[in-house]
Design a protein around this ligand. Sequence first.
Ligand SMILES: Nc1ncnc2c1ncn2[C@@H]1O[C@H](COP(=O)(O)OP(=O)(O)OP(=O)(O)O)[C@@H](O)[C@H]1O
Length: 348
Amino acid sequence: MSQALGPILRLSGVGREYRPSGDVVDRVARLLQGRPALRPVQAVADVDLDIQAGEVVGVVGESGCGKTTLGRMLAGILAPTRGRVQYRGQDVSRLSGPARHKYQLDIQMIFQDPFSSLNPRMRVLDIIGEAPLAHGLVARRDKEAYVCELMRKVGLDPAYRYRYPHQFSGGQRQRIGVARALALKPSIIVCDEAVAALDVSIQAQVLNLFVQLRKEFGLTYFFISHNLGVVGHISDRVAIMYLGRVVELAPTDAIFGAARHPYTQALLKELPSLGTGQRHFEPIAGELPSPMDPPAGCPFHPRCPFAMERCSRERPVLRQVAGPAQAPADGRDTRHFSACHLDDQAPA
Ligand SMILES: Nc1ncnc2c1ncn2[C@@H]1O[C@H](COP(=O)(O)OP(=O)(O)OP(=O)(O)O)[C@@H](O)[C@H]1O
């Protein structure tokens, strides 16, 4: 498929609500025990985001803020309940036949736990080589050479291709997961906490592998992590999420050097530095509210040191606070967005 002008992925007003299951037994039990009925969860709401080919967009936020749900919607694994996802200018919900197949191959996911995502009864040769064979990307006679080449690219010795996942270390297993994704020749990789399960020193090695592969294959990454340090290491832009919404979006250097949103500032303060073993950080005050019962107004206001009366009743919209008036059609978007009433006083 030819490379269309414009973003490779566009999210417009994307949201996802999870409704409680219709399990009658659970509902009756809750009623009898006087427990509140489960309410729908707005896991993701109103996300607008353009991702350019070759760009790395990092997504950061505390557990449960909707990062995985957003990543799965991008990858076409989960349908949005609101808004739309466009891939190379086409509405993903309308793709069918070969176009849908192409989209599903072109965007791959890498998960946190490489052990549970690798079939323990398959040899590495088949873990990496079966899907490209099934999709006709490689001929059977070329499969072994193809797998060996991929293993080399991700820093694994091809001599180990007959081994099983349990015979590898955590970092090596994640490299197998990366090779398996690359085997389908994707343009976009959604990395969901892809280094979170690894030791800090191994994290840095695997992150460097992602950086190197991006250069070599011109990959686009949607890089999800709860750790701002990890995301800062690899991303061109960073989206900060809080209770399902993007509250700040900016180039990485602006997030680290000129963060506007109090939540981002708090995340920066509690940053454990990658690879330094630094242990002194300030945890964010207060508890994360339940996504089933989000606070009125600004969702961050109960924990915000700068909260004003207005913050408890009016939700601030994400608006531009710095950068050029328009994003370039194809280049890097250097605009800075934040959703905070404090920015009402700031020049846009
Ligand atoms: N299948 C589901 N059914 C119901 N609620 C769900 C489901 N999946 C996620 N949720 C809820 O949606 C919200 C967002 O979850 P999600 O996993 O996307 O967040 P996250 O930021 O990736 O969190 P984590 O880092 O813990 O994986 C959470 O409140 C979660 O409990």
